[in-house]
Design a protein around this ligand. Sequence first.
Ligand SMILES: C=CC1=C(C)c2cc3[nH]c(cc4nc(cc5[nH]c(cc1n2)c(C)c5CCC(=O)O)C(CCC(=O)O)=C4C)c(C)c3C=C
Ligand SMILES: [Fe+2]
Ligand SMILES: [Fe+2]
Length: 359
Amino acid sequence: MKYTSSPNFTHKQADKVGVLITNLGTPNAPTKQALRPYLKEFLSDPRVVEIPRLLWWMILNLVILNIRPKRSAKAYATVWDEKGSPLLVHTQNQANAVREKLQQQWGDNIVVEFAMRYGQPAISDTIEQMLQQGVRKLVVLPLYPQYCASTTGSTFDAVAADFQTRRWIPELRFVTQYCDNPMFIQAMADKIRQHWQQHTRADKLIFSYHGIPKRYLLNGDPYHCQCYKTTRLIAENLGLSSSEYLTTFQSRFGREEWLKPYTDHTLKALPEQGVKSVQIVCPGFSADCLETIEEIGEENYQYFMQAGGERYEYIPALNSDAAHIELIASLINDNLHGWQGQSDNRLREQLAKDLGAQK
Ligand SMILES: C=CC1=C(C)c2cc3[nH]c(cc4nc(cc5[nH]c(cc1n2)c(C)c5CCC(=O)O)C(CCC(=O)O)=C4C)c(C)c3C=C
Ligand SMILES: [Fe+2]
Ligand SMILES: [Fe+2]
């Protein structure tokens, strides 16, 4: 059979609304053996590395996958704890909290799950599980505040690839970005204010976002623009003047030029310019992960201090903060219009009765 069917379907089954929260994904363990398949899946995605396939296949398989797994495993080992990868743990906690909140509001006709674009739990397995529970309307919310083809676009590809295999696809709503959502901006600004209250302010506030190749921006990706918009709105909310903050881009991969200014270069240069204390915040990451805990919290801390810096603080991601859960629930509620009512289910119940009566 070309298309998968819906074997458990009965006419009596109530239609459910599904909410699928996604993030990037993480290896199963901080080991070379676990890093290899994870990096292979991630870096084979043509949305992530836009290089002619044959050339990239050779570079990836003959060079990168022989070097990077060991190096990355070492980095992951520094952030891993007894519960596992921070990204997985935070995403799981976010989904649990959002589920509790939305089910209080809408009852158990709403199904909330999370999945990862790469690794587990996989998007297609999770969609399958949700459809088995009777989900006929699906909201997908990738937890990337700024749209990027490599992350958000790729998540859409994974959902679409799953649908291509199905006979009966659900209704779909897909959130592409929330870089300027007032609740997001407020939550980020409040997080920074709370940090200031506990630690006082530093000379500069640095907004560091994950980079992408500059070529993607020149080819029309809105990510760079949306990162700057997020920074501007948070800075306005905090009443900062332009000399009090900077936007930078971290986590370069490969040799080509990425979005500038680079976070590491900036931090190495600031002490010489008289900036001895900095606070770093990463509004592109909805959960703390390797790139914030290790790269910003440890690696870049070393660069700044070794260059003559005196004080360096990382302000954590929103993770499962109450304001973040409120924001996520609100983004979902914005996408439930016309879906939350009981009318569909009443119609279905009526239909089931009618069919019963015909027998
Ligand atoms: C937040 C948005 C992200 C963008 C944009 C992004 C682009 C991007 N990333 C790579 C390569 C790697 N990224 C890695 C880790 C990683 N990346 C993001 C987010 C974005 N990436 C997150 C949240 C994480 C952390 C995952 C975790 O498990 O904690 C890695 C793996 C680690 C390593 O080996 O360094 C790679 C590789 C590219 C090429 C890219 C291009 C657009
Ligand atoms: Fe990345
Ligand atoms: Fe990194």
